[in-house]
Design a protein around this ligand. Structure first.
Ligand code: ADP
Ligand code: MG
Length: 322
């Protein structure tokens, strides 16, 4: 059982950023309004995610560390339809199996919380604790018992950068949730809850935010919402491309190609896209049956999706006639 967890950890837990991803997605699924992520030494010494979500009862907290104890569910096809980010119920047991792990949680309305401490996946202590409603998960000494994994970790700076990139993407996708990222005691960003425009301004900077056009069209069942920057502000920056399918961050060749096509005239002049795209397609039109840590999808009708995205962005970039 514990070995199975360690093997699963090899798939789900690649590096500190993958731990943060799983924990933050759980916090979002728990309906939180506020998430604080702290790391130390690139996440190798410490990763802590604090949320004000639903919390768990003692029973559910213990269950959450067992394999396949998901409270969400379902088949991969149901995933998008359900609208939760988690699936498989593997993350917590996997992370716990390769760290010194503490889960403190207090269910909404409960008079006290529960703290569970585990080492290498073995539960060492379960006790009552006083805390605010919500959940605090602390992962120390990641990979302490899997030296091969430890060797693949990059410098603290590189790992912290991956965590920052990941949190930027998650924060862009959920502007209604407050995000705070603290690295080695320094606040890297604090994004207050607000509109998508405000969130993008907080994360990508005011210059870009001041030159964004909103997108909001539905064509052939493909809904495209988001923001594109006027090409004159996106000069020389390598560009920013944030694409989400049904709420999930993806890095997809079809989508990327559509964006670059829409920007093709500007690319020649060294102007790069700054694009935040939320694409919504019916659940049956997209296949996410891929590895949980990859950002790939497959569209049933990729030509249609491509052309709709390109068209909507071209429309937004077209100079307004007067
Ligand atoms: P999954 O997300 O696939 O269900 P996880 O291993 O990530 O599996 O989490 C197991 C279960 O623990 C979740 O289904 C959820 O019920 C509970 N859980 C995990 N994190 C939190 C959290 N931050 N707040 C409330 N419940 C949580
Ligand atoms: Mg999960």
């Amino acid at each position: 059982e514990n070995l199975t967890n360690k093997i699963a950890a090899g798939e789900v837990v690649e590096r500190p950023a993958s731990v943060v991803k799983e924990l933050v997605e759980n916090s979002l699924d728990a309906g939180c309004r506020d998430i604080i992520v702290e790391i130390e030494a690139g996440g190798r010494r410490l990763i802590r995610v604090t949320d004000d979500g639903s919390g768990m009862s003692r029973e559910d907290a213990l269950l959450s560390l067992e394999r396949h104890a998901t409270s969400k569910i379902a088949s991969d096809e149901d995933l998008f339809a359900l609208g939760t980010l988690g699936f498989r119920g593997e993350a917590l047991p996997s992370i716990a199996s390769v760290s010194r792990f503490s889960l403190a949680t207090r269910q909404r309305g409960a008079i006290e919380g529960t703290e569970i401490y585990a080492e290498g996946g073995r539960i060492k202590e379960v006790k009552a604790c006083g805390m605010a409603e919500g959940t605090v998960i602390t992962v120390r000494n990641l990979f302490f018992n899997t030296p091969a994994r430890l060797k693949f970790m990059k410098s603290a700076e590189t790992e912290a950068g991956h965590v920052g990139d990941l949190l930027t993407r998650l924060a862009i996708s959920r502007p209604e949730v407050r995000f705070t990222y603290v690295n080695d005691g320094k606040t890297v960003f604090r994004a207050l809850n607000g509109t998508m425009e405000e969130r993008v301004a907080a994360l990508l900077g005011r210059t870009i935010a001041g030159a964004l056009y909103p997108l909001d069209s539905t064509v052939e069942g493909v809904a495209v919402r988001g923001l594109v920057a006027r090409p004159d502000v996106s000069r020389s920056a390598a560009g920013h491309l944030y694409t989400f399918i049904n709420g999930r961050f993806i890095r997809d060749r079809v989508v990327q190609h559509a964006v670059l096509q829409a920007y093709r005239n500007f690319l020649e002049r060294g102007r790069y896209p700054v694009v935040v795209l939320f694409i919504q397609v019916p659940a049956g039109e997209v296949d996410v049956n891929v590895h949980p840590t990859k950002h790939e999808v497959r569209f049933r009708q990729q030509g249609v999706v491509h052309d709709v995205i390109q068209g909507v962005i071209e429309e937004a970039l077209r100079p307004t006639p007067w």
